[in-house]
Design a protein around this ligand. Sequence first.
Ligand code: SAH
Length: 412
Amino acid sequence: MPTLVLKPGREKALLRRHPWIFSGAVARVQGHPGPGETVTVVDAQGRFLAQAAYSPQSQIRARVWTFRQDEVIGPAWFRQRLQNALALRAAALPPDDTGRRLVFAEADGLPGFIADRYGDTVVVQFLSAGAEFWRGTILDALRDLVPAAHYYERSEGEARRLEGLPPRRGPLLGTPPPPERVPIREGGLTFTVDVQHGHKTGFYLDQRPNRALVRAWARDRRVLDVFAYTGGFSVNALAGGAAQVTALDASADALALAAAHVRLNALPADRFTPLEGNAFQVLRAFVQQGRTFDLIVLDPPKFASRAAQVPKAARGYKDINRLAFLLLAPGGVLFTFSCSGALERDLFQKIVADAALDAGRSGHILADLGQGPDHPIPLAYPEARYLKGLLVWVGDGLRAGRADANPPAPPG
Ligand code: SAH
């Protein structure tokens, strides 16, 4: 087998079971491995460290399949890894929820491979050279373990580009294309998923536990769902008895689907207001108009995909959170999220605290929020934690009387 020899001292991360080998850690390559081929990784003294998938074009030069020498990377091995991933979901998710991430790449010991199930449709993504190399093997095993009417591929985006792979999308393995809107059940509610064109593979499965929490908090509250997409939070708020829900998003298509989901679940459409616009501008306008809400969800897109983008992203998060604090009535609650993996949880909390301070509000963290259990976080690979959130209670606030502070809501 071809061999990757590391520079002296560069084995530390692997010894802690972290699955990435960066190009700068590699002293030399023995043999001529092609993209995705399995290589043996050894330290500078030639001691075995791991078996990994070689990726000649990527900064992440190899991704570990196994830290054991006695395992053979092949059909039986992939089947075993997939079975482990499926067992975790079966144990951790409500059986009636028919949308779920089945495989979460590195987090399930299958670097670069993602599989999401939406009812009778499975959407797969091969995002690394190694996953691409084994695509036939992985698909055969998965299809055997998870029989579904439709298999659809969405191998695209930045990750794939960095691996030197062209984007690839379409129905797989002779299965017919999935319907335009694939129905799923979550928490007893129905959503539909556009697996061919939607964000990621179509739905933000990672927010499952937080949608349930919003539902539990929504009763009689005036809700503002910012970055609402297809209304996951909005629909849950209505199901939880919200007095009013305003869903704000830049995408008219996403909002049309959100409105459809309100109807589909027989929820009161007269309590639902979709609003197309730029969140930063609309929230500013709301502040000027003196509008108030009792529950605000902030679930923005990823502002930082790299460490270098964190300072700029931090300003964006602070701005949006400051506006949200200004819009919250006494007794209001804020569900605020960041899905930027590059931005750490502690920094996110500081940003939210600064935003409250600037808004002249006090607050208490009632819960630390994160991705659901179908996006598990290996102890040895904490980078898998990318979604973080806070549930903040804004009591009666610290009415600092600043010039930009929110005037009280008009009676009624
Ligand atoms: N909360 C959603 C997921 C949000 S994804 C859910 O649980 O399903 C981020 C959303 O933000 C996308 O729908 C995108 O259209 C929207 N968006 C991105 N930039 C925006 C902006 N500046 N103003 C309003 N919406 C924006």
